[in-house]
Write a protein that binds this ligand. Structure first.
Ligand code: AMP
Ligand code: MG
Length: 284
């Protein structure tokens, strides 16, 4: 179903197809969506209600022997709005049904294992919507830019990650990959605000400026990642994120559409309802 306001289904409007060029992306754009902020925000709220209902069905399925789950993978440079998505989009559903994991610089223990080790441990259990704030893709992004591993090792990871995601799909986890992309100017403004406002100082990390100084290298690393890991079965969705309301609308819609695709139903009781009613009555 194409929701009001969308002229093209979000998943199609945002998906990375062969030939996609990040350099041509309008980060203030609203692909597939013809309306503005007010309508967008209203649609996001409506999406939230439907999402919440379907999320509860997924949770119920997981509690009654189901094996399916959803995994939302969020990537984006500092200030792209990953945290805002977690708060505003996932905040619309029951927190019991969400399994959030943020991936930072690997700990000593994590470094002793393969890069997918910490990822596998964080996968959502059946019935949950997992959210990764950064992910396995850091190992082809920051790792590539900062040469944290030899180039041939990093080169192999693209295919490894594609295989890993196919494995997840087989096991019942529907992976939604979202890259929130902002412009260089927008990142400057957001970082500047973090330095200007004392209530935002905690969000700033001096390393963010070093990362920003490698802007072009990151854009290239993202382009290679899109080229090599956006597949028909598990495409990347590039979400222009200079306008926060659009990013939130787009990600909400992607998650909702994934839930709708699962065709979720309330599990039927594995007991005799009439019999249990009779037993309950007897205790009145
Ligand atoms: P934040 O998301 O702002 O808390 O920052 C987390 C930091 O951890 C970012 O600078 C990431 O680039 C970094 N990070 C995440 N995963 C990895 C990784 N696998 N290797 C190196 N750095 C990483
Ligand atoms: Mg940060």
């Amino acid at each position: 179903m194409v929701a009001d306001g969308w002229s093209t289904k979000a998943a199609e409007a945002l998906a990375v197809h062969p030939g996609f060029r990040l350099a041509d992306l309008d980060t203030r754009g609203t692909p597939g969506f013809g309306d503005g902020k007010k309508t967008g925000a209203a649609i996001t709220r409506a999406i939230g209600e439907r999402m919440s209902d379907l999320q509860e069905r997924l949770f119920a399925e997981g509690r009654t022997g189901g094996t399916r789950s959803i995994l939302l993978v969020l990537q984006g440079l500092d200030t792209a709005g990953k945290g805002g998505i977690v708060r505003h989009v996932m905040g619309m559903v029951d927190p019991q049904g969400v399994a959030l994991h943020s991936f930072g610089v690997p700990t000593a223990e994590e470094r002793r294992h393969d890069y997918l080790w910490r990822i596998r441990r964080a996968l959502p259990p059946a019935g949950k919507i997992g959210v990764f704030d950064r992910s396995q893709y850091e190992d082809v992004l920051v790792a590539r830019v900062n040469e944290l591993a030899p180039r041939d090792v990093i080169d192999r990871r693209y295919d490894e990650i594609v295989d890993f995601e196919a494995e997840l799909a087989k096991a019942g986890t529907r992976v939604i990959k979202v890259a929130l992309m902002i412009s260089r100017g927008e990142q400057y403004r957001r970082l500047h605000e973090r330095l200007e406002r004392s209530d935002k100082h905690w969000k700033f990390n001096p390393g963010d400026v070093d990362t920003r100084a490698r802007w072009d290298d990151y854009q290239e690393a993202y382009q290679v990642m899109f080229d090599r890991t956006s597949t028909p079965d598990c495409p990347w969705h590039v979400v222009p994120a200079d306008r926060k309301w659009f990013a939130r609308l787009a990600v909400s819609q992607l998650v909702l559409d994934a839930l709708e695709d699962l065709d979720l139903h309330w599990p039927s009781a594995d007991y005799d309802v009439a019999e249990q009613l009779a037993r309950l009555e007897a205790t009145r």
